[in-house]
Ligand binder design. Structure first.
Ligand code: NAD
Length: 357
């Protein structure tokens, strides 16, 4: 691949290739933009078919983190790492400590965290080599699983969207179709049920569906049929790309708001949702609770501070929707614009020379 041309296309700052023969490490660290602060983003471990697939994934995910942090009001830039390997068979201490040494070599320009294929055990190994890691276990000073805060942020997003569409943020009596009952989806159901919403749920794991029916009196939908459910809110909490040419005409909801990353198969699906009268809460605005949670560890984790900041996702969603209305653009474009404006103005502010000790 033409790496410099690709980097130039979206203004990436740096790509680091990491190789360690003794542990078998092959990793890529992509740093997109550090205007707001050090690049923060998870470390994904995956069986990439080719090396360029790994590089493209790192680049795409790093840029997404720039936008997510900027809209969430965090003083972090966007970065991401990928380790080429099978998370089921190739994980070991040496591999992650080797990766940690590469993170340390960047001296704080990049801060890593858990992502698909990695967890607190791996972050604890990385922590042995560098302080520039978050999402470590509570016994190592971390905040633990970010999913409850992600779920709270999605819940607040749904409330903000309800307010916009129905004039009241109250979920009581509203029907929410939740796709995916994993760490985030199940907790989101708890919050919605507690607030009096009716739930319809789907998951590939039958035991998760049975649990939700038992705990929340939820209705059941087939994994393939959840997009067809007549509801007020469709909450994708499983996979990316769920809003696509095949599904968009089947939606019978007024709002799409969930935790899954990259819900729109393509950007144009944001405009198509709007044309169909469906309000879309941009995924990276709704699911920022996780990154707010891990970012807080860099200050010494405070559950109260995290909760307050996650609560403010309600206001971020209102800002995005207000911008969309004012500019006459779809919500996904409004979120991108808010992120770009914040970065541009702070780049200007930070151009004043000051002495750092
Ligand atoms: P998870 O792996 O715990 O749960 C995903 C659930 O979705 C599983 O129960 C799985 O069986 C189910 N699922 C998979 N395919 C499905 C399908 N086709 N139909 C119905 N159910 C299906 O993951 P999670 O941590 O709950 O994250 C959910 C989504 O939110 C992911 O896209 C993740 O990237 C995103 N996200 C999570 C966090 C977090 O803090 N965990 C933060 C930001 C974004």
């Amino acid at each position: 691949m033409d790496i410099f041309k690709t980097m130039a296309s979206f203004d990436y700052e740096q790509v680091v290739f990491c190789q360690d023969a003794s542990s078998g490490l092959r990793a890529v660290i992509a740093i997109h933009d550090t205007t707001l602060g050090p690049a923060l983003g998870g470390c994904r471990m995956w069986t990439y078919a080719t090396e360029s697939e790994a590089v493209v994934d790192a680049l795409r995910l790093a840029r997404g983190m720039t936008y997510k942090a900027a809209v969430a009001g965090l003083n972090y830039g966007g970065g991401k790492a990928v380790i080429i390997g099978d998370p089921l068979t190739d994980k070991n201490e040496a591999l992650f400590r080797a990766f940690g040494r590469y993170v340390q070599s960047l001296a704080g320009r990049y801060i890593t965290a858990e992502d698909v294929g990695t967890g607190t055990r791996e972050m604890d190994w990385i922590r042995l080599e560098t302080p520039y890691v978050t999402g470590v276990s509570p016994s190592s000073g971390g905040g633990g699983d970010p999913s409850p805060m992600t779920a709270l942020g999605v819940f607040r997003s749904i409330q903000a969207a309800l307010k916009e569409v129905f004039g009241s943020e109250d979920p009581a009596g509203r029907t929410v179709a939740v796709q995916g009952l994993g760490s985030v989806g199940f907790r989101l159901c708890e919050l919605l049920h507690g607030a009096g919403a009716n739930l319809v749920v789907a998951d590939l794991r039958e035991e998760a569906v049975a649990r939700a029916i038992h705990a929340f009196g939820a209705g059941r939908a087939d994994p393939d049929g959840i997009v067809d459910v007549d509801c007020d809110v469709f909450a994708p909490c499983a996979l990316g790309g769920v809003i696509n040419d095949r599904t968009i005409s089947r939606l019978h909801c007024r709002i799409v708001a969930g935790s899954a990353n990259n819900q729109l198969a393509e950007d144009r699906h944001g405009s198509e949702l709007e044309a169909r009268g469906i309000l879309y809460v941009p995924d990276y605005v709704a699911n920022a609770g996780g990154v707010i949670h891990v970012a807080d560890e860099m200050q010494g984790y405070s559950p109260e501070r995290v909760r307050t900041r996650v609560d403010q996702i309600y206001d971020r969603v209102r800002d995005v929707l207000a911008m969309a209305r004012k500019k006459g653009i779809p919500a996904n474009q409004a979120a991108d614009r808010l992120a770009e404006e914040r970065i541009a103005v702070l780049r200007q502010v930070r151009s004043t020379y000051v002495v750092h000790h």
